[in-house]
Design a protein around this ligand. Structure first.
Ligand code: FES
Ligand SMILES: [Fe+2]
Length: 400
């Protein structure tokens, strides 16, 4: 810190928060705040991929989250399960790499092996007192919502309530249950995760930073919400918001139908379709569930956005492109054309977010007011502050 005053406590930072404004510098630069953030986020739901990536028994993928790593694996019984990626012998990671397929999960260190349902299968040269039943993999909560795989590292993840059917309506209407992953790309951003999320939640920057996005989406225009007035919830997808609720155990969630500009039917360079139709009725739908997962459904393809905080000023953004399950690359779609809009948009976001972080480091930084085109970012920040506050130690002692 370049300031001469003694650093404030996290509680003081929270108490000094001015609603309607960006966060104070400490929220974006301090290790102790980041540690609190990770404790908050670990307990929430986060999307780790699409069911088609683990379609067959033995298919697995890993998902990193701070110091944690999860294995998501399809069992012989077709059931998807999630486990901590930690061996019950001496703690090695078991699955190394992003994904794979195996008849059993074998630790690379001393070759303990696990059944696909997590039970310990084999451990060599153990004493007679050793009980294999006590050494299965430690399970994590998992939910498959219309092909989207969510996990939580929390012991008691929040109930999803109405958010699950709301998101499920979108995945059904847009054919995501039977979709397949066409591409996955990662963008490393040298910025605090909250700057990344604030950026994702407002389109004030779209006109100056994303001319390509602005050429097809009404969201980039002032009063985009007013443009949506009268947009009927056809195709069974109704708007849904769980932004404003107090921290009552419910997860953050939003489903929002949005118009494309006249003459545009998809998120492409010329507004035309990129791939075989999957569903929907012409509009696109933005959705999110949890603090770190966002979705965008076009009639002919889908986009999953995963945000992964890695360090105080390091965040990975992962973009996953979905197409119809039986679409064939080269015949039905081209990867360059399919990924063009959200690749160019993500690269531009990386640049503006990193430039934002650089300015926030200055001693001259003061949190400024949100504009009328940033209600999503404002709601996100205010919700974050409320949830962090709810986790502060109470006068009686323990944090809830
Ligand atoms: S740490 Fe996994 S077998 Fe030893
Ligand atoms: Fe952006």
């Amino acid at each position: 810190m370049q300031r001469s005053e003694p650093p404030q406590s996290i509680e003081q930072l929270i108490r000094a928060y001015h609603p309607g404004h960006a966060l104070a510098q400490g929220f974006y630069l301090r290790q102790d705040v980041f540690d609190q953030d990770m404790a908050l986020l670990l307990g929430r739901w986060t999307c780790v991929g699409h069911a088609s990536e683990v379609a067959a028994a033995g298919d697995w993928l890993t998902a990193e989250f701070g110091a944690e790593s999860a294995i998501v694996v399809r069992g012989e019984d077709e059931v998807l399960r999630a486990f901590y990626n930690v061996c019950r012998h001496r703690g090695s990671r078991i699955c190394v790499g992003d994904r794979g397929s195996a008849a059993m999960l074998t630790c690379p260190y001393h070759a303990w092996s696990y059944h696909l349902d997590g039970r310990l299968r084999g451990a060599r040269e153990m004493p007679a007192t050793f009980n294999a039943d006590d050494h299965g993999l430690q399970p994590l909560a998992l939910k498959d919502i219309g092909g989207l795989i969510f996990i939580s590292f929390g012991d008691d993840p929040p109930a999803l309530g109405d958010a699950e059917p709301a998101l499920g309506a979108m995945t059904r209407a847009y054919g995501w249950e039977t979709a397949k992953v066409a591409a996955r790309r990662r963008y490393d951003v040298a910025a605090n995760w909250k700057l990344v999320m604030e950026n994702y939640h407002e389109c004030y920057h779209c006109a100056p930073a994303h001319p390509e996005f602005s050429a097809v989406h009404t969201l980039a225009r002032p009063h985009a919400r007013r443009l949506r007035t009268g947009l009927a919830p056809t195709a069974g997808v109704a708007d849904f918001e769980a932004w404003a609720s107090e921290p009552d155990g419910r997860e953050v969630a939003r489903v929002m139908r949005s118009e494309l500009l006249e003459g545009c039917v998809s998120g492409s360079a010329d507004g035309t379709y990129l791939a075989p139709l999957m569903g929907g009725d012409g509009a696109c739908v933005f959705a999110e569930l949890g603090f770190l997962s966002a979705f965008l459904a076009y009639p002919d393809h889908g986009v999953i956005y995963r945000f992964i905080p890695r360090a105080v000023c390091e965040t990975a953004m992962e973009v996953i492109w979905l197409v119809k399950g039986d679409a064939v690359e080269g015949r039905d779609y081209g990867l360059d054309r399919l990924t063009w809009l959200w690749d160019i948009t993500s690269v531009a976001d990386k640049t503006i977010i990193e430039t934002n972080q650089a300015g926030v480091r200055s001693r001259a930084y003061r949190p400024g007011p949100f504009s009328l085109m940033e209600p999503g970012a404002q709601a996100y920040v205010e919700r974050y502050v409320r949830e962090l506050e709810a986790r502060l130690p109470t006068e009686q002692g323990a944090a809830p």
